[in-house]
Ligand binder design. Structure first.
Ligand SMILES: Cc1cc2nc3c(=O)[nH]c(=O)nc-3n(C[C@H](O)[C@H](O)[C@H](O)COP(=O)(O)OP(=O)(O)OC[C@H]3O[C@@H](n4cnc5c(N)ncnc54)[C@H](O)[C@@H]3O)c2cc1C
Length: 462
């Protein structure tokens, strides 16, 4: 064992989780020392529990030795939330990846935290059921990670986010106690809503060991279209117009000019000349409602200046459109910049055009290339700032641009993070994002759950 953690602690961990479930070899640890944020730091050890009781025992030991605990799903978070430190242990849920029950009569699913989101969606679809939250990372992220970041996705505009589907949770606390938050019922007002408190808590309050999710019947059909516009403001007008015409699509994704250029090769259609903004819209419902809904969207977009509309004529074409959307983040990385910071501000929907034009101003004021795409239907923009990491001036410019972006979001009555969470990268903006009084209250809540500060320390709080 080469870890610097106390040998008696490591021995205790191994006997808690079983032989072969403790990793201390540096070659293993390196696999758990990063996420999608760019932050890197290896844990002192990795433990792979199989049961809730094992998790509780691990936490009890960590409390006794005052060793930091870093829960980790798939490590796809974009803020450093799952990045550990050598002084602590990463708790990883690859051995707790079972779908325990799908109950079509109760419209619920009970799962362990390590279940991959896309696997759950596939499994419930075989019962004619639907789990709507669809982060673009659904092929590899976990439900445990989704719950703890409060993940969203393209369908949030109609169906809401992970938070709206969590009925109750089993949680192992820092003390080693196991609690159940609320009940797996459609209604529950017995006391404070601890389930909602846990959702989005980024592993700072406890370890989620089991999750009961609400399901809904799968919609009968869906229809997908790409709409090209000459500029971002006409795309925003298009979104406003189809809402005003009382159509609520399940997705309305926005792409700026550079985003379109990045995925042009992946798009199943050609970009029209002058196309500098794009919407990917999807509607669902009874089969007979699909065409009329798309007709209204297309008319609304045409009235707002759309240049070209392409309806997917079958599921394969729709899937190709979504593959292009999901390929966007990796495509941005291929632009060749050594530095990329992804922010995910969210503003009230009607402020979206203001936000997009202010981002253009921030880009030129701070000489930083910015690519914007995201969930136009719910005002949540992914703002990607690109720079050369070895150029100190460019890094400073990027930092000023991020600061201006956060202040702009708050000034437009929005939030500093719509779905990615705070982690390490946004913790210094928490006071701006929540206000001093709320932040102090949150710190007090953390102290009650985690008096010794061992749960994912350094995350969320400045
Ligand atoms: C290409 C790409 C696309 C993405 N698209 C989206 C998107 O559309 N919408 C969106 O919301 N996000 C998106 N993300 C971000 C990321 O996928 C989500 O934040 C996701 O919820 C993280 O899940 P994970 O399993 O990877 O968790 P991790 O990154 O491993 O962990 C995330 C946080 O949850 C905590 N945690 C994990 N499991 C537990 C547990 N059992 N108990 C307590 N705490 C725990 C960790 O400590 C950490 O703070 C994207 C990321 C990438 C790389």
């Amino acid at each position: 064992m080469r870890s610097e953690l106390p040998p008696s602690f490591l021995k205790g961990l191994e006997s808690a989780a079983g032989h072969g479930r403790l990793l201390t070899d540096p070659a293993d640890l390196i696999c758990y020392g990063y996420d999608a944020s760019g932050y890197e730091s290896c844990p002192g050890a990795v433990i792979l529990p199989e049961t809730t009781n094992q998790v509780a025992e691990i936490l009890s030991l960590a409390s006794k030795y005052k060793v930091p605990v870093y829960p980790r799903g798939a490590g796809s978070g974009t803020t450093g939330g799952a990045v550990p430190s050598p002084a602590g242990i990463a708790v990883v849920f690859t051995a707790m990846n079972q779908i325990l029950e799908i109950n079509p009569g109760n419209l619920t699913a009970r799962v362990q935290p390590g279940v991959i989101t896309g696997h759950l969606q596939q499994a419930v679809s075989e019962f004619g059921l639907f789990y709507p939250p669809d982060p673009a990372s659904l092929a590899f992220c976990t439900i445990g990670g989704n719950v703890n970041t409060g993940a969203g996705g393209a369908r949030a505009v109609k169906y809401g986010v992970t938070r709206d589907y969590v009925l109750n949770l089993e949680v192992a606390l820092a003390s080693g106690d196991i609690i159940t938050t609320g009940h797996a019922t459609a209604k529950d007002v017995a006391g404070y809503d601890l389930t909602r408190l846990m959702v989005g808590s980024e592993g700072t309050l406890g370890i989620v060991t089991e999750i009961t999710l609400r399901l809904i019947p799968a919609p009968e059909a869906s229809g997908t279209a790409l709409v090209f516009f000459p500029d971002a403001s006409s795309a925003c007008r298009g979104v406003k117009s189809f809402f005003q015409n009382r159509i609520l699509p399940r997705c309305a994704e926005f792409f700026d000019k550079t985003s379109i250029e990045c995925i042009e090769g992946l798009l199943p259609v050609s970009v029209p000349s002058g196309g500098a903004a794009m919407l990917l819209v999807e509607v669902d419902g009874p089969e007979s409602s699909i065409s009329p809904q798309l007709d209204t969207i297309i008319e609304s977009c045409a009235d707002s200046g759309a240049l070209k509309v392409v309806r997917a004529s079958n599921n394969n074409e729709a899937q190709a459109m979504w593959r292009a959307r999901r390929g966007l983040s990796p495509a941005i990385r291929k632009l060749g910049y050594t530095g990329k910071v992804s922010e995910d501000i969210c503003v009230p929907r009607q402020r979206l055009p203001d936000a997009i034009s202010k981002i253009e101003e921030i880009s030129s004021e701070f000489n930083t290339r910015i690519i914007v795409f995201g969930h136009a239907g719910d005002g949540n923009l992914h703002v990607n700032l690109l720079f050369d990491i070895n150029d100190a001036g460019a890094v400073k410019d990027m930092e000023h641009a991020v600061d201006a972006l956060m202040h702009m979001a708050v000034a437009l009555s929005g939030t500093i993070s719509g779905e990615h969470g705070i982690g390490l990268s946004k913790r210094d903006f928490m006071k701006l994002g929540t206000g001093t009084a709320s932040l102090e209250l949150m710190k007090g809540i953390k102290k009650i759950f985690d008096p010794d500060g061992i749960m994912n320390p350094g995350k969320v709080f400045p």
